[in-house]
Design a protein around this ligand. Structure first.
Ligand SMILES: NC(=O)C1=CN([C@@H]2O[C@H](COP(=O)(O)OP(=O)(O)OC[C@H]3O[C@@H](n4cnc5c(N)ncnc54)[C@H](O)[C@@H]3O)[C@@H](O)[C@H]2O)C=CC1
Ligand SMILES: O=C(CO)COP(=O)(O)O
Length: 333
């Protein structure tokens, strides 16, 4: 197959490698000329995961037309804040039937739309759209360490198409019809990883981390149920699986960002020092928009938003979280 991958950050590079190793020809769209030159001439991405030699099946370009010409499938891996811009940029170069899978994790600011909904609005064809998410740190996937993921689409045919496309001996793919649940889990787990980073950053231990992950899962499940997703998705790879991976991994940018904020650093400090995206920073705001629309309570998300965007003191926020009225363990799911 000829596959166009749009976005040459860590995850776009790792997915391109996976597809190349799987025997597909990959046209990888990158923003910067030097990234394109390095991938084409030296088979390495100079900015992200640069120690890995990339498959010779990967050809990079800064041209959308060049990447998308003759593509049998399109893989979207730009940051979630760029979903609408990316959808508009590719629309002129794909057919009405070209299958498109979104691998970014977030929710659109303002509208509260999920990436798949933004793509449906911009390029149409709900049935040809899919999403991919799971506990998949690019640093490990690119080294072909055994991982698994979920591919969700409203169309079983499209889900199966991408399941086959991505499956390799080291990357196991499951299908689902719950695009809403998978995308909400993907956005949510990043916020909880920031909370875990904040918690370790102020000196709390593993009990607090487990508490945040578990109650974060309860928040995630309430929102998924309210938005029309299937709460059982939260128990799967896109929910619990990715929550564990992101909250516990040395690779997680969101967790690292939380640790930095606890040390008094800002989102700009994180971005300047890593050139990477900590999606949870935006998601703590966008998920709150959805929670307000659906009347769902998200106490941990709200604390993360207050600390990241309103300068709330982390220790005081933790005390406020702990002193809320006592509750039944499960409600609203
Ligand atoms: N890194 C990982 O392990 C995984 C990342 N993801 C998701 O994939 C998406 C992309 O993240 P990464 O590949 O990790 O990116 P990254 O954090 O490694 O790099 C940032 C990317 O954003 C691009 N970028 C920044 N500003 C841009 C602009 N104005 N226009 C176009 N591109 C711009 C940069 O060129 C670069 O490709 C995110 O939604 C992330 O949550 C999903 C699974 C795993
Ligand atoms: O989504 C990811 C792993 O599944 C990557 O998480 P971070 O963005 O926190 O590194």
């Amino acid at each position: 197959m000829n596959v166009a991958v749009i976005g040459a950050g860590s995850w776009g590079t790792a997915l391109s490698q996976l597809l190349g190793v799987g025997g597909h020809d990959v046209a990888l769209w990158a923003r910067k000329d030097e990234v394109v030159a390095s991938i084409n001439e030296r088979h390495a991405n100079p900015r992200y995961l640069s120690d890995v030699t990339l498959s010779e099946r990967i050809r990079a370009t800064t041209s959308y037309e060049g990447a998308l010409d003759g593509a049998d499938a399109v893989v979207i891996v730009t940051p979630s804040s760029l979903m609408r811009e990316t959808a508009q940029a590719i629309s002129a170069y794909i057919t009405d039937e070209t299958p498109v899978i979104i691998c970014s994790k977030g929710v659109e600011e303002g509208s509260g739309l999920l990436p798949v909904e933004v793509f449906e609005a911009e390029i149409g064809g709900k049935g040809r759209l899919a999403v991919l998410s799971g506990p998949n740190h690019a640093e490990e996937v690119i080294k072909l360490m055994f991982s698994a993921t979920v591919v969700a689409s409203s169309s079983q045919e499209t889900a199966r198409f991408f399941q086959e496309l991505f499956a390799t001996d080291t990357f196991r793919t499951y299908v689902s019809d719950d695009t809403c649940g998978v995308e909400l889990c993907a956005a949510f787990k990043n916020v909880i990883a920031i909370a875990v980073g904040l918690s370790y950053g102020i000196g709390y231990g593993d009990n607090t981390s487990a508490l945040l992950m578990t109650r974060g899962l309860a928040e995630m499940s309430r929102l998924v149920a309210a938005c029309g997703g299937n709460p059982i998705t939260c128990m799967g790879l896109a929910g619990t699986g990715d929550l564990i991976a992101t909250c516990t991994s040395e690779h997680s940018r969101n967790r690292r960002f939380g640790e930095m904020v606890a040390q008094g650093k800002t989102l700009d400090d994180f971005t300047a020092s890593t050139h990477m995206v900590a999606e949870g920073a935006l998601a703590c705001r966008t998920l709150q928009t959805l929670a307000d629309m659906y009347g769902v309570e998200l106490p941990i998300t709200s604390v993360v938003r207050g600390v990241v965007w309103e300068g709330d003191d982390v220790k005081q926020a933790a005390l406020d979280l702990a002193s809320r009225p006592l509750k039944t363990e499960f409600y609203g799911i």
